[in-house]
Design a protein around this ligand. Sequence first.
Ligand code: LCS
Length: 394
Amino acid sequence: MKKVAKETEIVHGTHSAHSTSMDLVPPIHMTSTFRFKNADHGAGIFQGTSEGYVYTRISNPTVDLLQEKIAVLEQGESAIATSSGMSAIASVSLALAKPGDNFIACSTVYGGTFALFNKHLRDFKIEPRFVYPSSYASKDRIEALVDENTRFLYMETPANPTLDVADIGLWASVAKPHNIPLIVDNTFASPYLQRPLTLGADIVVHSATKYLGGHGDLIGGIIVGTKKMTDHIREEYVTHYGPIMSPFNAWLISRGIKTLAVRMEKHSSNALKIAQWLEGHSKVKKVYYPGLVSHSGHHIAKKQMKKFGGMIAFEVKGGIPAGKIIMDNVKLCILAVSLGDCETLIQHPASMTHSTYTREERAKAGISDGLIRLSVGIEDPDDIIADLDRTLSL
Ligand code: LCS
């Protein structure tokens, strides 16, 4: 069959109907274990000589369907669905690095990722080497941090919460000659807007809690890469530490992904309109949105993203007190962390999602105390603008 468009792949996925029930939507396999036909069949599955499922911590048909779907979307060979975005990042890190090793990461990442890297991996004697500021780092500055114990490079683009854009191809050009994998957290963009594996990355991770699920009703994570790489991560970490996704969450994410293209189009067009409006507002000091020509990473974003996504950060004149007035008085926008939901969410990174950084670390990573983050939903953009406009004039 002729290769179909991305939007078509997203709707159809990879499953074919069950031969008897002929469901349009595949059922949820809520089972912890699976029957063997006989003792030889069971033993054969364990040895890899017979086909079949064993136990849901190892694999499950509903989770497999989601993994196949995401692998297709990200143009990877294989994927692993995990219990959360954090468990995806922890699984990859701990599968690739051991005590005495180090890795290089961009300095502006989700606050939970920063805590994992800067505290918990350090406890395991795995050293993070942050690139400050990371988004527009030259090849030489990244290269200077590599040594024989460097096990991976890690970047988030666009980054949480500053929307800094890092050049995936440039980071890949440092990783490749050393044969070190480049990991990209593609949560903010989703595979609809950006496909890091086609730009030189080796592994993609996601918080599926966000745009992939799309409806704010679950927690989940994804790892995508070559089959060799995902087999290694499974064997080294996932199977025996057990951070796997439940079949119910996998089913919900498969359902959410069907509307990924239309949601990302609407998130992106809404966010662009709101960012342009904020930029023109007299009470707004600075707007961070990769779709704005004024954004320092606009040219890179244009090169590696289809559109610019639904996340905006901005600073208002009057700093934290002025920001609090907005957060305490919005009516349509909801004061909550997380992102990528249908509803517009607003939050304050310094005191919320990025409070895992010290003030000095935040300053070095470019996360100002007055920064407000907006996850633009799929409502009518004029209603979101009206809500923000009212609070900005209080
Ligand atoms: N990667 C990114 C870019 C994230 O934004 C998050 C969570 C994670 C990984 C971790 O995923 P989780 O385990 O939560 O599924 N970001 C959040 C945020 O900005 N607010 O609340 C969670």
